[in-house]
Design a protein around this ligand. Structure first.
Ligand code: SF4
Length: 553
């Protein structure tokens, strides 16, 4: 620092500057040395090691350097036209990019759309990104979110940057992070709504995005808020399930914990019910307990459910109270009033809003896939006939809200090849990506789902709602365990051949009827599923009492 070219004043300034840098380095350095900053992730890993635990490879990768600091690795690979190797792919997922080989030699980018509310401006740019950097189509997910597929290696960073520029930065949409927050899609429109979740979802979304400690959890984490309303949001399938209740003269959110349907568990309601303004702090405290104490030595036991199983709810909530430094508000669960059960067909068709003369249109999206042209067209419909908003639902479709000229909007949708009409079978059809785009899948769920729907609707007419969910593997992205009919991808051995097929589950339920379905027939070859379901449905229709749903069967 000393030498020709620097005046004494400049040298003094530089000395002071460097002293400050060294001091900050010391304050940030982890206790065990290394270069990563001391944060909640590092502290939790240190504690695991101190207890004699061996970190799984994903934890080692996070420990090597915080994944949020590894964006330059992603851009360098893109410049070289390379896709990442598995552990680098895990790091890339912190930034929303998933390498989905060998199913597709491409990236998939999963967005982050809090509450599923999308503006026409955003929808147009997503369509343009899908066209210019992806396969020209967009998939709607069961977290009221969008995915862009068939992204070449060199285009990954451009997709992420362009999404960030329209307020849809896909940070933390994969790997061990908090996924897109879901909430009632008819918020602000619905005559049945109890609480407006929008300000809470917005605050929570930005709290997560802007809190570095909340990236790098032991495993993925889901949060959902049900404010009442006509369309179920399936909050009971989330790690944190916040359900509106009326108690002690106020509307609050009852806390449920540990939902993970792939492991056949729904969130367990607790006696904790917080005011809307307390939700962000509560979620933050729960996350911090999970970050500090979740299992980092066994990926199969790393979800919140397993910490709850090991500790029990009383101890877990005690730890949450310790983080908050105050007791949680508790009430008698039996005294918590719930809103009426949702309408199972409110996500499709035309529905009157609480604003006189306005309607939301529930648009059917076959196989949950839109072309770029259709999404651009929907943006136009939303601007011309609504208020410029689109609302995605967990039922893999979308709403156009605030429509006065219903006939005009329906005609504009028809011109896009879209409609709000769906029979009971199509309305309740949910399918994950499947083998066409996911390496874990044992079956082509989207294609099989459409084939099953066509087969059934040609042969039977149902006058009651029915959910058929097809999931390609045990990750349960389409939540087969809560469907009336849940199909889980399975490999079926026939002689020397291994064929795609499904384990068939019956009797799952959601919302006020939430329950886990039971396996009735394992390993049915894909082609044999539709005839078997037809028999079951005919049997049900013949035997059912008036008003009885499939869930009562
Ligand atoms: Fe892929 Fe399995 Fe999820 Fe289907 S359920 S999208 S097969 S990970």
């Amino acid at each position: 620092m000393e030498g020709p070219g620097f005046s004494p004043e400049q040298q003094n300034y530089l000395k002071g500057f460097m002293a400050g840098v060294e001091a900050r380095r010391g304050a940030l350095a982890p206790a065990g040395g290394g270069t990563a900053p001391a944060d909640a992730l590092r502290a939790a890993q240190d504690a695991t090691i101190a207890r004699g635990g061996k970190l799984v490879p994903q934890e080692e990768a996070k420990r090597e350097r915080h994944p949020l600091d590894r964006w330059s690795e992603i851009t360098a690979r893109a410049e070289a036209g390379q896709f990442p190797k598995p552990i680098d792919d895990f790091i890339g997922r912190f930034h929303g990019l998933f390498f989905v080989g060998p199913a597709q030699d491409a990236f998939m980018c999963r967005l982050r759309i809090p509450g599923g509310i999308l503006t026409a401006h955003q929808a147009r740019e997503v369509a343009a990104i899908a066209e210019q950097c992806g396969g020209g189509f967009i998939d709607i997910t069961t977290r009221a979110n969008l995915q862009i597929r068939l992204i070449p290696a060199g285009k990954g960073p451009e997709v992420v940057m362009r999404l960030g520029e329209i307020g849809l930065l896909p940070r933390g949409t994969g790997a061990d992070n908090i996924r897109n927050i879901t909430a009632s899609p008819t918020v602000g429109l619905d005559p049945r709504e109890w609480l407006d979740t929008r300000p809470i979802v917005r605050a929570l979304h930005h709290h997560i995005l802007n809190t570095r400690d909340l990236f790098g959890l032991p495993r993925k984490f889901n949060i959902s808020l049900d404010g009442g309303g006509s369309i179920a949001v399936l909050e009971e399938t989330n790690d944190i399930a916040l359900s509106v209740v009326r108690v002690g003269g106020a509307d609050r959110f009852r806390l449920g914990l540990g939902g993970i349907t792939g492991h056949q568990d729904l969130a367990t309601p607790t006696d904790v019910a917080v005011l809307p303004g307390e939700v962000v702090k509560l979620c933050d405290a729960i996350l911090r307990v999970f970050i500090a104490h979740g299992d980092r030595t066994d990926r199969k036991k790393a979800r919140l459910k397993y910490l709850l199983d090991a500790w029990g709810h009383a101890r877990f909530l005690g730890e949450v109270e310790a983080v908050l430094a105050h007791p949680l508000p508790r009430f008698d669960i039996a005294a918590m009033q719930r809103p009426p059960a949702p309408d199972r067909l409110a996500h499709v068709g035309v529905h009157a809003q609480r604003q006189e003369g306005l309607h939301w249109l529930g648009v059917v999206v076959p196989a949950a896939r839109l072309s770029a042209d259709q999404l651009r067209g929907l943006a136009g419909v939303a601007e011309r006939f609504g208020n410029g908003e689109l609302r995605l639902t967990v039922w893999q479709n979308l709403l156009v809200p605030n429509v006065a000229d219903v006939a005009g909007a329906l005609a504009a949708l028809a011109a896009l090849g879209l409609s709000t009409d769906a029979n009971a079978i199509r309305a309740g059809l949910v399918a994950c990506t499947g083998s066409a785009g996911c390496k874990f899948a044992a079956a082509d769920t989207k294609r099989n789902g459409l084939e099953i729907a066509s087969f059934l609707e040609e042969r039977i007419t149902l006058d009651a709602p029915l959910n058929i969910h097809l999931t390609g593997c045990h990750h349960s992205c389409a939540q087969h365990f809560i469907a009336d009919i849940g199909l889980l991808g399975a490999k079926v051995e026939q002689g020397e051949d291994v064929l795609p097929g499904y384990d068939i589950h019956l009797g799952g339920g959601a919302a006020q009827e939430a329950r886990i379905g039971r396996l009735i027939r394992p390993k049915v070859q894909a082609e044999a599923v539709a005839p078997l379901l037809l028999n079951i449905l005919r049997h049900w229709q013949a035997d059912r009492q008036a008003g009885e749903s499939f869930r009562d069967f």
